[in-house]
Ligand binder design. Structure first.
Ligand SMILES: [Fe+2]
Ligand SMILES: [Fe+2]
Length: 323
């Protein structure tokens, strides 16, 4: 059997008997999706040389940057570390794109609206292109090697694939994970050292913004009409998805690989926390965090999922809820 794992799923397919458009805003998003199709094989300049020192993302985004550990590394070791952290980040992204493709193929079945089904079918193709383009990039610059699937990416997608309700899947994917993806790809598109990586991220970003739009258009009416119990279920699911998504961004495997001890890792994590709390982060990190937090609060509010009941949980993730 090929390298992979199985997830048991139970989903209900809704087979429509009429195909007239009934949600003009979702229909517009579908029309936009058809216009915006791009081709990873043709639309990226794969031959662009790698300028600079051999690092791929901004050094700012390597967690060690700005610490005594970074100061103690040789120039060659810093470049090697930059490349490993890039490989770790792109591994989680290429795996997440595969998970998103599987999940959206379920959503084509589960959603009931005609326009929602058509839009979801375009998202399947979008996520396929994202998976393809990131693997092409990993092949080009990182000799094709990725870190094993694990941790939060696996947990998030296993859970979402095994959940039968379409709106919980959408809260997990299009509302939380893709709001995160939009901020991440925006930052990488702006800051990466490699022109090819910047191009790849710009292209993906354009699609992810549309996917986030699906949540914004399909959830508010449903949330507004939910019973109290359903509302609580959605709130709790959003908190779970936020917790998993926001916690999954530390490349522990890389730092273990370069031989950092447990005490050193604790020191690094403490440094990260203090830097974030003190607003003392480097420019790209600060920009990313503000962009991400603002986006999450705006989108959760827009769909109607910020309540007094879950406000403390959201604040514990660092989200500022003042209107
Ligand atoms: Fe994607
Ligand atoms: Fe997406």
């Amino acid at each position: 059997m090929s390298n992979g794992h199985q997830v048991e799923t139970r989903n209900t397919a809704h087979f429509r008997h009429d195909y007239a458009s009934e949600q003009p805003d979702l229909r517009r998003l579908y029309e936009q999706a058809k216009i915006d199709q791009w081709n990873a094989a043709r639309d990226i300049d794969w031959s662009a040389p790698l300028d600079g020192d051999g690092g791929l993302i901004a050094d700012d985004l390597v967690d060690l940057h700005g610490t005594r550990f970074w100061d103690g590394l040789s120039a060659a070791d810093r470049i090697e570390l930059n490349r490993r952290v890039t490989r770790w980040r792109l591994s989680t992204l290429v795996q997440g794109e595969h998970g998103a493709m599987l999940l959206c193929s379920q959503l084509v079945n589960c959603v009931e609206g005609q326009d929602a089904k058509l839009f979801q079918s375009t998202q399947v193709a979008d996520e396929a292109r994202h998976n393809e383009v990131l693997q092409r990039y990993i092949d080009l610059r990182l000799e094709g090697t990725t870190y094993p699937l694990g941790g939060n990416v696996k947990e998030i997608f296993d859970t979402l694939l095994g959940t039968s309700s379409w709106y919980l899947k959408t809260i997990g994917l299009q509302l939380v994970a893709e709001t995160f993806a939009v901020s991440l790809f925006r930052m990488l598109a702006e800051s990466s050292k490699d022109a090819v990586l910047r191009q790849v991220c710009r292209r993906i970003l354009q699609d992810e913004a549309r996917h986030m739009g699906f949540a914004m258009l399909s959830l508010p009416a449903l949330v507004a009409e939910a019973t109290e119990a359903e509302h609580r279920e959605m709130e709790d699911f959003a908190v779970w998805a936020l917790g998993r998504t926001l916690a999954g961004t530390f490349p522990l495997a890389v730092y273990q690989e370069i031989g950092m001890s447990r005490a050193e890792l604790d020191e690094l994590k403490q440094f990260r926390r203090e830097r974030a709390a003190g607003g003392d982060e480097t420019a790209f990190r600060k920009y990313f965090r503000r962009d991400l937090h603002d986006g999450l609060v705006r989108n959760l509010r827009k769909v109607g999922l910020i309540t007094d009941r879950i406000a403390p949980s959201l604040q514990s993730f660092g989200l500022k809820l003042a209107a």
